[in-house]
Write a protein that binds this ligand. Structure first.
Ligand code: 1HN
Length: 376
């Protein structure tokens, strides 16, 4: 900086300070912070081990009862990079993930809210989610929708604890200042439809290959998406159906529109054969992953995240990632994302990793034991 520049700066100091006092700002200094060349985010990747989460969730089973001590018995995944900014309950800037536990005989009362929610069943059976009076029984690997503003409740009629993932667009709705919540006047909403009605009506389910055409639209007429259909479709896929970045991958859809099953939360299942390594790419949408089956790792922006059955990890927006199956059986990765929102807003964009034949170099290995020191 020349002397001349400094003198200009000094000379203009009162001008800039005056601007600040009057809550004004000079765009010529700040444009680069507002309009960045590419997405900038506080969201960092993270990984939680299922063994650790499960212990905390089971302990919650001893501590409180849903419908009595709490609306829901859930332990949520807190991304440490967002807690720094006071964002409680954030997995990514838009998405929330929590693990809910229901013990035999328990009931989580009916309510509705403007957040959209998806459930993904991790362990146990015999529980149902009722959506607007329609019971959908849930088994391991099933995905169940409770679209925004639908009345929903959960009840467990089985004999073993049931664990499932709740995925909601908490961050998105908070940012848009659009949160509404209301409990139902009674514990239960009247059961108006036959059990599993929507799942039976569409017994083939509704899924499409990744990147197949779709038209965003109305709420899905299906609430329960069965895992046996997902597995059948993924296992039947041919070599030429493979996506270079996601392996064998399908998205859960709304059969009326061909669009995403939930209109705001995208849902996907991927299958990776033993030894398979996908190519790296990045996209604007963020995602939260759950390992349904298998073992392997994902490289996110040069950091290796090793996972096994049950684990969860965060995929930040615009982060370069590739997946590897290191086990001897197929990997099934379930994930939910904010892609439908990005697409509706015409903000979705993706690009392949251009160097090193599409593969990143591992510079760092994430160590969950180091990150998560206190256990119960
Ligand atoms: C909710 O309604 C459920 O219905 C679970 O089971 C988790 C997290 C945030 C906001 C609403 C449920 C939730 C939630």
């Amino acid at each position: 900086m020349s002397n001349n520049d400094v003198s200009i700066k000094n000379h203009l100091k009162p001008y800039y300070e005056g601007m600040k006092r009057n809550h004004l700002g000079p765009l010529w200094y700040d444009l680069g912070h507002m309009v960045t060349n590419e997405p900038v985010t506080d969201v960092q990747p993270y990984l939680w081990k299922w063994k650790m989460i499960r212990e905390y969730v089971l302990k919650a089973g001893e501590l409180l009862k849903p419908g009595k001590d709490a609306e829901r018995r859930v332990v949520y995944l807190q991304n440490p990079s967002l807690l720094k900014h006071g964002l409680v309950g954030y997995g990514t800037h838009t998405l929330y993930a929590g693990i809910q536990l229901l013990l035999p005989g328990e009931c989580a009362p009916s309510h509705h809210h403007s957040q959209s929610a998806i459930r993904f069943i991790i362990e146990g059976s015999g529980a149902y989610t009722a959506v607007n009076g329609e019971k959908t029984y849930m088994e391991r690997g099933d995905m169940v929708l409770t679209p925004a503003w639908t009345w929903h409740e959960h009840k467990h009629e089985g004999t073993e604890p049931v664990f499932w993932l709740d995925g909601l667009d908490v961050g998105l709705v908070r940012t848009l200042a659009a949160s509404f919540f209301e409990p139902y006047e009674e514990e239960s909403y009247p059961m108006e439809a036959p059990e599993n009605y929507s799942t039976k009506q569409f017994s083939m389910g509704a899924f499409k290959k990744l990147n197949e055409r779709k038209n965003p639209g109305y709420p899905s007429p299906i609430y329960g998406y069965k895992f046996d259909r997902v597995k059948y479709l993924l296992d039947e896929m041919k070599k030429e159906d493979q996506d270079p970045f996601d392996g064998y991958a399908i998205e859960y859809i709304n059969p009326l529109t061909g669009g995403s099953a939930d209109s705001r939360i995208g849902t996907m299942m991927q299958r990776l054969e033993p030894g398979m390594q996908t190519k790296a790419h990045r996209h604007v949408h963020s995602a939260i992953y759950h390992v349904l089956e298998g073992e392997g790792y994902t490289i996110i922006d040069g950091q290796k995240f090793e996972w096994e059955k049950g684990d969860f990890f965060i995929l930040p927006p615009w982060s370069c990632h590739e997946h590897v199956n290191t086990g001897s059986s197929d990997v099934y990765l379930f994930s939910f994302n904010d892609k439908p929102v990005m697409e509706k807003l015409e903000l979705e964009f993706s690009e392949p990793y251009g160097e090193n034949d599409g593969h990143q170099i591992i510079e760092k290995v994430f160590d969950p034991d180091h990150e998560q020191v206190d256990t119960i």
